[in-house]
Design a protein around this ligand. Structure first.
Ligand SMILES: CC(C)(COP(=O)(O)OP(=O)(O)OC[C@H]1O[C@@H](n2cnc3c(N)ncnc32)[C@H](O)[C@@H]1OP(=O)(O)O)[C@@H](O)C(=O)NCCC(=O)NCCS
Length: 218
C-alpha cells in the first residue's frame, strides 16, 4: 500500500471506500464525451477497493480528491476485449486475475483545474511502484485516443500514433501517457463508446524492466 506527499500540499495514497463519492465526481468531470454505460460510479469504486485495494490510488489535498487511478491484475491479453468486457462491465469482479502478471490500468483522471501539473505522471509512477512491489511485469493500458475522432477520416490509428511519436502533433491523453514512458503495441478499434476518441484506444505498456520489449502488432 502507498501513501506519500507530493508537490508539498498533495498526498498520493491508496483509495478507501470513503473516497468513492469523490472518485465518482472526478470520473464525471474527466469523461464528458464517454457514454454513461462506461462511466464508473461510487459502487464500482467501492468494489474495486474490496477486490484489489493495492491497485486503487487517489491524490488528495485537504480532503479533496483531485485525481484517481483504478487498476486490476491481468495476464497479457491474447485477444482484444472491449472496455466493458475487460472491466467486467466496470466491476472487475470476474476479470481481475489475482495471479496476473500485469497491472492493467482501467482508468485515470485528473480534475481539469489541476491538469498540466504532473499529477498523471505521479499516478503512473505510484502504480508502477506498486506493480514492482507485487513482482509484476509492468502496466498495460488502453490509452484513449481523445484527439483521434477529429482526424479519423484522414488516417489510421497507427498513422496517428506514429505522428504522436514523432511529435507532429499531440493528443490530450496519449501524449501524457507517452511522456510517462508508455509504448504503444496495437490499436483497439471499437474499444470504447466515446465519439471524441473515434471509439478507439491504443494498447500500451510500461515495463518494470526497461529492456523488456513487446512488438507492435496490428
Ligand atoms: C490524461 C490526463 C490524466 C493527464 O493528466 P495531467 O495530470 O494533466 O498530466 P501531467 O500534468 O502529468 O502531464 C504529463 C506530461 O504530458 C503533457 N500533457 C498533459 N496534458 C497534455 C495535453 N492535453 N496535450 C499535450 N501534452 C499534455 C504535460 O505537458 C507533461 O509533459 P512534460 O512532462 O513534458 O511537462 C488528464 O488530462 C485527464 O484526466 N484527462 C481526461 C481523462 C482521460 O483521458 N484519462 C485517460 C484515459 S485512458
Amino acid at each position: 500500500m502507498i501513501r506519500k506527499e507530493i508537490l508539498e500540499d498533495f498526498i498520493i495514497r491508496n483509495a478507501t471506500p470513503d473516497d468513492a463519492i469523490q472518485m465518482e465526481y472526478v470520473q464525471k468531470q474527466c469523461y464528458p464525451s464517454l457514454h454513461e454505460s462506461a462511466l464508473m460510479n461510487r459502487n464500482h469504486f467501492i468494489n474495486h477497493i474490496k477486490i484489489f485495494p493495492e491497485g486503487q490510488i487517489v491524490i488528495e489535498m485537504d480532503g479533496i480528491i483531485i485525481g484517481s487511478a483504478s487498476s486490476m491484475r491481468s495476464n497479457f491479453p491474447n485477444h482484444d476485449p472491449t472496455y466493458l468486457e475487460i472491466t467486467d462491465n466496470l466491476w472487475i469482479t470476474n476479470t481481475h486475475v489475482p495471479e496476473g502478471d500485469w497491472m492493467y490500468g482501467i482508468d485515470i483522471g485528473v480534475l481539469p483545474e489541476y491538469r498540466g501539473m504532473g499529477f498523471s505522471r505521479e499516478l503512473y509512477l505510484a502504480r508502477q511502484e506498486i506493480g514492482k512491489k507485487l513482482g509484476l511485469k509492468g502496466q498495460l493500458i488502453a490509452g484513449m485516443t481523445l484527439g483521434y475522432g477529429r482526424v479519423k477520416n484522414r488516417m489510421t490509428i497507427e498513422e496517428y500514433c506514429y505522428a504522436l511519436e514523432i511529435k507532429k502533433f499531440t493528443d490530450p491523453t496519449i501524449t501524457p501517457q507517452m511522456k510517462a514512458g508508455f509504448r504503444w503495441i496495437r490499436p483497439l478499434y471499437n474499444h470504447i463508446d466515446d465519439p471524441q476518441a473515434g471509439f478507439a484506444c491504443v494498447l500500451m505498456y510500461l515495463p518494470v524492466d526497461d529492456n523488456y520489449r513487446i512488438e507492435k502488432t496490428r
